[in-house]
Every structure is written in structure tokens, then in C-alpha cells.
Design a protein around this ligand. Structure first.
Ligand code: R5P
Length: 310
């Protein structure tokens, strides 16, 4: 039997997933002890059940990671038959390699912690780098927001679209979008100067008089998109849109992005958007149905990859 629980990171998305599945969210208490430690109690009997815990590790990431680990520990000790961590956004994913001496690989550390806590399998979406799947020796189902975002973009019937990757790392994702949208493809060369500053110094591809769709896995400071949009504008782009899976905006990003030439931000609800209303022209697409279908298939031992036939 299937049981769905939510942590405190994105209860709205979890509610949408549960509604689609026709089940109620499981009862769980997540509180704080007076000293700030996380206190968890699962109120439902989950002995022998196929249990899913929905928790993107978005802001504040440390709280949400720790909470997830503690919930999984409680589930294991409550004799759940199988525990699937459903992470619509996998935080710490950008720390996926030693790119300088004496730095950690925190994406791998989080993977180790999840498995040590008792995770049986992982369901996630648009990892920053697909190789993160290899950080786990348990089954990983990796969803893409592409079907949801492409459907919306197709409905807009954009004039002369070109998909643009704002950095070389996003090329594979951009290529996939461009094939599905039957559009041109361009790429921006980017250099990160600091966690908040980015320099985009070259554009490969023709964007003159075209509708540019910047695609990326996440927005945090907005530096990447602003720098890319500046180059596109200088190269004669007619319109610029951004299609980004995880809207992990930090508040300082709003002002910066407001000044950019980007006319619309298409994002998903993988993380809750805490932006004040009318701050930016953001269109939010729900991935609840996509996750619900994946959960249904995992529970029924059916193929998840066939979800991507679009
Ligand atoms: C980088 O490789 C990622 O795909 C994003 O482009 C980047 O992390 C976005 O961060 P920010 O909005 O701070 O530039």
C-alpha cells in the first residue's frame, strides 16, 4: 500500500501530488525542540508500506536536508517496506566535483547521508548535473521538467524561436528543448567570478530578430540569466524569455532581473516561490501531475522513462 508524506519544504506541491493520486497526505508531526533540534513523529502506521516523502531541499537547505534525513530515519524505524525520497529539487547539486583543492563534494555527501538514513530509492527532477545519479547505489528515477515547460511554450506559438543555453554546462538541456520546439540553438560562454557575479563573454549562434528562450536548471542570484540576456540584447534578439526548472530566487535576484531584458520567466513549482506579487513576470507551471504519475508507476513497478515520450 502507498503512503505519501510531506516535509515542510513544499507542502503545496505535495498536496497537488496526493490529490492527483487520489490519496490523502499521511499524518506526520514536524516540530522543533526548544533548542532548535528537529522533532518528528509519524502518526500513521506505515509498517510494511510503500512510503514516499516529498521534500525539495530548497531554502533553507540545511534545515530541509536535516529534516528529510530525520523523517527517513523515523520511517525506517517504523518498519516501512520501502522509502522513496522524492526530491523535486536536489540542493547542494552544484558542489558535485573538486574544482579546486581542499573543497568538498557536498552533492555526494548528501547522497551518502540519504542512503545512511534508510532511503531505498530516489525520485528527483533536473539535477544540476545528470552524473549525480551515479552518487547513489540505490535506484534513482530522474524526471525532467521539459514535457511540462515545452507544452506551455508550444502553446505560445513563439515567432522564430531560438533556444539559448546560458552556459556550456546547460547545452544538453538546451539541445533537448530545441529539438522539441523545432527551433534554432545558441550558446553563451560564461565565467563565474564569484557566487553572485557572472561574466558572459561570447555568444555562438544567430539570435538576430529572434525570440530567445534561455533555458536553465535553476535561478538563484539571477547573475547567469542577466549576463546572458545582455549579450542576446546586444546581438539583436527581438524578445527574451527564460524557462527554468527550479526557481530558487534569492531576494537580491528580483531587482537585478527586473532590470534585465527578460520579458517572462517560466518556472515550475518544484520549490515554493516566495516572491512578493508583481515583482517579476513569472509564470509557474505545476509538476505535481508529473510526480504523481512517476510515483504511481514506481509503486506499480511500471516504466518511468516512458513518461518522457512527448
Ligand atoms: C550553473 O551552472 C547553473 O546551471 C545555473 O546557471 C546557475 O547556478 C544559476 O545561478 P545564478 O542565478 O546565481 O547565476
Amino acid at each position: 500500500m502507498l503512503k505519501i508524506f510531506t516535509g515542510s519544504a513544499n507542502p503545496a506541491l505535495a498536496g497537488g501530488i496526493a490529490r492527483n493520486l487520489g490519496v490523502s497526505l499521511g499524518h506526520i508531526q514536524i516540530n522543533r525542540f526548544p533548542d532548535g533540534e528537529i522533532a518528528v513523529k509519524i502518526d500513521d502506521n506505515i509498517r510494511g508500506k510503500d512510503v514516499f516523502i516529498i521534500q525539495p531541499t530548497c531554502y533553507p537547505p540545511n534545515e530541509h536536508v536535516m529534516e528529510l534525513l530525520i523523517v527517513i530515519d523515523a520511517m525506517r524505524r517504523a518498519s516501512a517496506a520501502r522509502i522513496t525520497a522524492v526530491m523535486p529539487f536536489y540542493g547542494y547539486a552544484r558542489q558535485d566535483r573538486k574544482d579546486q583543492p581542499r573543497v568538498p563534494i557536498t552533492a555526494k555527501l548528501v547522497a551518502n547521508l540519504l542512503v545512511a538514513a534508510g532511503t531505498s530509492r530516489l525520485l528527483a527532477m533536473d539535477f544540476h548535473a545528470q552524473q549525480i545519479q551515479g552518487f547513489f547505489d540505490i535506484p534513482v528515477d530522474h524526471l525532467c521538467a521539459t514535457p511540462v515547460i515545452v507544452k506551455y511554450l508550444r502553446e505560445k506559438s513563439l515567432a522564430d524561436p531560438v533556444v539559448v543555453s546560458p552556459d556550456p554546462g546547460g547545452m544538453k538541456m538546451a539541445y533537448q528543448y530545441s529539438r522539441l520546439l523545432n527551433s534554432g540553438l545558441a550558446i553563451v560562454a560564461k565565467q563565474r567570478i564569484s557566487p553572485t557575479e557572472v561574466e558572459s563573454y561570447n555568444l555562438v549562434g544567430n539570435v538576430k530578430d529572434k525570440t530567445c528562450i534561455l533555458v536553465d536548471d535553476l535561478i538563484t542570484t539571477g547573475g547567469t540569466l542577466c549576463a546572458a540576456a545582455k549579450l542576446l540584447q546586444a546581438a539583436g534578439a527581438r524578445n527574451i524569455l527564460a524557462a527554468v526548472t527550479h526557481a530558487v530566487f534569492i531576494p537580491a535576484a528580483y531587482e537585478r532581473l527586473k532590470q534585465s531584458a527578460i520579458q517572462e520567466f517560466v518556472v515550475t513549482d518544484s520549490v515554493p516561490l516566495k516572491m512578493p506579487p508583481n515583482t517579476l513576470p513569472v509564470h509557474i507551471l505545476s509538476v505535481a501531475d508529473l510526480f504523481a504519475e512517476a510515483i504511481r508507476r514506481i509503486h506499480n513497478n511500471q516504466s518511468v522513462s516512458s513518461l518522457f515520450n512527448i
